[in-house]
Design a protein around this ligand. Structure first.
Ligand SMILES: *Cc1c(COP(=O)(O)O)cnc(C)c1O
Length: 369
């Protein structure tokens, strides 16, 4: 058998190098490397325009942005969040001295279930930290209603939700704050990066100050801030990437459509429902139940043997990692546990060829034969 190249779960998008170079020449001429330089300011404006949101604050990564978002809201007590996410979601809660409480997800869209959120609320609850998992919108109307009735803040971990829209526009408009990751593995990357979307000038100023050690001006602090600034190099990458994001999203949609067609009617495979007016196809999760001829881990292994690297994402659940095992709610997340045991994220990225998509589909549909 001839050796075929491996197919990874994702490959980072890169702009043509020659389009990056003029930005770099500008940096070298100006000698301004960071601290809200011109490219940083330009990218904040360009992203606000592209995403259709009023206030974007760029960060050096999504995790520091999450930490800063929770810090900006001055919270105390318990934060209700999902166990079905990347560990950074819960880490941001604990790093702020807050207590994570896990609530179960909805079996259809794999996002926090509003009913489970409501059931987890106590006197100590101060905020809800939902994730738009795989870029599929949370039930933001129900979550906003719960937050209003119980006087809670809402911060969305929107790390997967770049460019996702519902009937009202970008889903980044939901919650008190929303946080993007611009990491290499995400739909839109600046190598490493993140952003906070705020809804008022005063909140953006607060976030920007906390991003820069807490400086309100040269001689005063508004609080204890960190260093979350994005530098000019990463901003340059972002500006060069933005020119290509629409083609990248279009190709992702084609890949997803081919997978969907190829997997339709395959026994034992279910696709989570991702109801968005505009989706970004950041991931392509499939759920395997007992009607599939192989167990999830067996299929994962068989694909590896064929040089196809799918990912069990999100497995294990956050609440099954040692530091979280005693958190409240870990015994009430049966739907999350089921999804973590059934899920496999298939390779998806703009450069994935039709031949490679067929290889992935053949490997799955031929499994167990
Ligand atoms: C990627 C990711 C993060 C962390 O973002 P970084 O930019 O890698 O720090 C947080 N939450 C979720 C759900 C993510 O997928």
């Amino acid at each position: 058998m001839s050796k075929v190249p491996p197919i990874m779960v994702t490959r980072p998008s890169l702009p043509p190098l020659e389009e990056l170079l003029p930005y770099l020449e500008g940096i070298w001429q100006r000698g301004v490397l960071t601290n809200s330089g011109p490219l940083h300011q330009q990218l904040e404006k360009a992203l606000a325009d592209y995403l259709g949101v009023p206030f974007v604050s760029l960060f050096n990564n999504g995790t520091i942005a999450l930490l800063t978002a929770l810090k900006a809201l001055d919270l105390k007590g318990e934060v209700i969040t999902t166990p079905y996410s990347f560990v950074a979601t819960a880490h941001a809660v604990v790093w702020n001295g807050l207590t994570p409480v896990f609530a179960d997800i909805d079996a259809d869209n794999l996002n926090l279930s509003p009913a489970a959120i409501e059931a987890a609320i106590t006197e100590q609850t101060c905020a809800i930290l939902p994730v738009h998992c795989y870029g599929s919108p949370c039930d933001s109307a129900a979550i906003a209603d719960i937050a209003r009735r119980h006087n809670l803040k809402v911060v969305y971990d929107a790390a997967h939700a770049f460019a996702v829209e519902d009937a009202g526009g970008s889903i980044l408009r939901h919650g008190d704050l929303a946080v993007l990751s611009l990491h290499a593995t995400k739909v839109f990357n600046t190598f490493e990066g993140g952003a906070i979307i705020s809804h008022s000038e005063s909140m953006k100023q607060r976030v920007d100050a906390l991003r820069n050690f807490g400086f309100a001006d040269e001689v005063s602090l508004m609080g204890i801030g960190g260093n979350g600034k994005m530098n000019e190099f990463n901003a340059a990458v972002g500006l060069a990437q933005l020119a290509h994001i629409d083609e990248a999203l279009a190709r992702r949609a084609e890949v997803a459509e081919r997978y969907r067609a190829g997997l339709a009617g395959v026994a034992g495979i279910r696709l989570p429902s991702g109801q968005a007016l505009r989706h970004n196809h950041s991931y392509f999760p499939i759920l395997l139940d007992a009607n599939f001829p192989l167990g999830r881990d067996q299929l994962h292994e068989q694909m590896k043997q064929a040089g196809i690297f799918a990912r069990r994402y999100f497995y294990p659940l956050i609440c099954d990692f040692t530091p979280y095992k005693n958190a409240r709610g870990t015994d009430a997340v049966s739907q999350a546990r089921l999804a973590a045991d059934q899920v496999l994220c298939l390779p998806i990225y703009p450069g994935l060829s039709d031949a490679e998509i067929s290889r992935v589909l053949d490997c799955i549909t031929g499994a167990g034969r």
